[in-house]
Design a protein around this ligand. Structure first.
Ligand code: CAO
Length: 549
């Protein structure tokens, strides 16, 4: 069964911002498969019947349009059956249950208050709740205007939310707010009045012009009367309790708040929500930014966070230039790296491991490797040795809690490794390294690196890491300072093996030396611990037989 993008209304395409499943996952009806986002809303695309994910046709950052296939599902082993209706549930449901979906007029008719009620001759214009699908009621989670506010086309009026969705109701007229009919926390239905505007000039409320475009706009993305894919989903249904934010906890915020957070580089899991049920509102994001700025010790009279801004230069003055977008993966990577750089107290410890024997052993595996179709590089041994060190030094396999009061020690050993791709750096994660041998690890490195380069990694492939390795060994370099992949507390950088004279105590012998650079969060790990970790790592790589002890 193919699952397709449902009707996304009058936008041409939306972006895939999250993959919620991986190939092989078993899903039930309504389980989210991917999350898509336009510039106004996020929307979850759910499975419409139980099954097993056979293939994922889209990747993070892809632009998709109505009807595009995203996932194929097979009936699961337990005999899960397709729903009796359509094999293309999202799009079909949309078309079938919303016969007017393709016709702006019919949709407007379904989502607008009657013209007589909404466009009286007094030049007042009522903005009502659009079609919200087959939910009983939606909650007003943010009222973005007050009486007396001047509003323009595109200004946000209200954010509504069901248990699965957030939806912005924007203004499509210029005018002044003369009445706000709802407050935060109210439950409203389709056609409930939200805001009354006084629009400039009586002609603006002529029945043909005033309410119709407004109602069409508020259904963005159109959600008219859809059963499964009815409403945009921005986060898990349950709201976090108000109080201390929990990193990694579900974020309860609408698209506008998320957009603001993205623009300001704010991690919403760190922000405390003051809205209903702990919901995040824009003011929370702004307050968070202010508190971060003052906490960073901005100098009196200084600028912003105290970090002097890089001056803006008109480079075209000096020669021709062109712009090339970073792309979503590089943009996100840049944000993550910047956040880690600013939050983590970085120190890097360097050492060389004598891997002469390891290399002899690795080369001896060549014939077996060819027979198995598995290529073994030094990386598999490095990852295995790191895992052994993580087991011996648990604080390296940990995160700090938000208050920097506790280690969160992890009882699993999942090691991410950086993969250089044409679209940016990604870090797939090998799970349960402690349970895997060199063959398994080698095969998984090749498989995950291949998936990364083909843009086929699922969310699951990139989550749950406890430590990372960044190997530039195949490229070159004698050492570098990798940035810790927060909230992890350490990362190993690997340089290129070179032959060097090695002093045995009585003579110099040629040895293959592997440069290692361990960056760590000095808040979690002190220098002596890092020294011992690296020392143990070089021992293990110097004599890999110890890995089987
Ligand atoms: N010293 C010398 N040679 C090395 C080496 C090292 N430390 N590590 C690997 N090599 C060799 C391999 O043995 C292989 O040689 P052969 O083909 O002769 O056997 C060759 O280099 C190519 O290796 P590879 O790149 O195919 O495989 P890998 O397991 O070493 O690495 C991967 C896989 C995915 C990590 C790598 O391809 C990659 O993308 N590295 C870049 C990571 C990166 O960008 N880090 C920076 C992040 S911070 O910006």
């Amino acid at each position: 069964m193919q699952i397709k993008i449902p009707d996304i209304g009058d936008v041409d395409s939306v972006e895939v911002i999250e993959l919620c499943v991986a190939v092989g996952d078993t899903v039930g009806p309504d389980d989210p498969l991917i999350i898509i986002e336009s510039d106004k809303a996020s929307m979850e695309v759910p499975a419409t019947s139980a099954g097993v994910v056979e293939s994922i046709v889209v990747a993070l950052g892809d632009s998709v349009s109505t009807g595009d296939v995203i996932v194929t599902l097979a009936a699961d082993a337990a005999g899960a059956q397709s729903e009796p209706e359509s094999p293309e549930p999202a799009a079909e449901t949309s078309a079938a249950s919303s016969p007017a979906a393709d016709t702006g007029e019919a949709e407007v008719a379904a989502t607008s208050p009657p013209p007589a009620a909404s466009a009286p001759a007094s030049s007042q214009l009522d903005i009502a709740v659009p079609d919200v699908g087959d939910v009983d009621g939606v909650e007003v989670v943010e009222v973005s205007v007050a009486v007396g506010d001047a509003v323009a086309n595109g200004d946000l009026l209200v954010i509504l939310e069901s248990d699965k969705a957030s939806m912005e109701v924007p203004c499509e007229h210029e005018g002044t707010v003369i009445k706000v009919h709802v407050a935060n926390g109210d439950t409203v239905q389709q056609d409930s009045l939200l805001v009354t505007l006084e629009v400039a000039g009586g002609d603006a409320v002529a029945p043909a012009a005033a309410p119709a475009p407004k109602a069409a706009a508020v259904t963005e993305p159109p959600v008219a009367a859809q059963a499964k894919s009815e409403v945009a989903v921005a986060e898990p249904a349950s709201a976090p309790a108000a109080g201390t934010p929990k990193p990694g906890a579900p974020v309860h915020a609408g698209p506008a708040v998320r957009r603001l957070a993205r623009e300001l580089g704010v991690d919403l899991t760190q922000v405390k929500g003051t809205g209903n049920n702990g919901r995040l509102v824009k003011d929370d994001v702004k307050a968070f930014v202010k508190s971060q700025l003052s906490a960073s010790g901005a100098p009196q009279g200084g600028q912003g966070s105290g970090i002097p801004p890089v001056p803006t230069v008109d480079f075209a003055k000096f020669g021709p230039v062109s712009l090339e977008p970073l792309g979503r993966v590089r943009e996100l990577g840049a944000q993550n790296l910047h956040r880690s750089w600013l939050n983590v107290v970085h120190v890097t410890q360097h050492d060389d491991a004598n891997i002469t024997e390891l290399e002899t052993f690795r080369k001896s595996l060549k014939a077996q490797g060819e027979a198995k179709g598995i290529k073994v590089t030094p990386l598999a041994f490095i990852i295995k040795a790191c895992c052994a060190c993580l087991q011996e030094f648990p604080t390296f396999n940990a995160s700090l809690d938000a208050q920097v009061e506790n280690f969160i020690l992890k009882q699993y050993y999942n090691i991410g490794f950086a993969v250089d791709t044409s679209y940016g750096l990604v870090v797939p994660v090998i799970k349960d390294v402690n349970q895997k041998g060199i063959w398994d690890l080698s095969a998984e490195i090749v498989e995950l690196a291949g998936k990364a380069r083909d843009r086929k990694l699922g969310m699951n492939d990139m989550q749950g890491g406890t430590f990372s390795v960044s190997s530039l060994g195949a490229i070159g370099g004698t050492g570098f300072t990798p940035i810790v992949n927060a909230p992890e507390v350490a990362i190993l950088g690997v340089g290129r093996t070179t032959m060097k004279p090695h002093w045995t105590g009585s003579e110099f012998v040629p040895a293959k030396m592997l440069p290692l650079s361990l960056s760590y969060d000095h808040r979690a790990i002190n220098g002596a611990e890092a020294g011992r970790f690296v020392q143990r790592l070089t021992q293990l790589l110097g004599d890999v037989r110890q890995l089987v002890l």
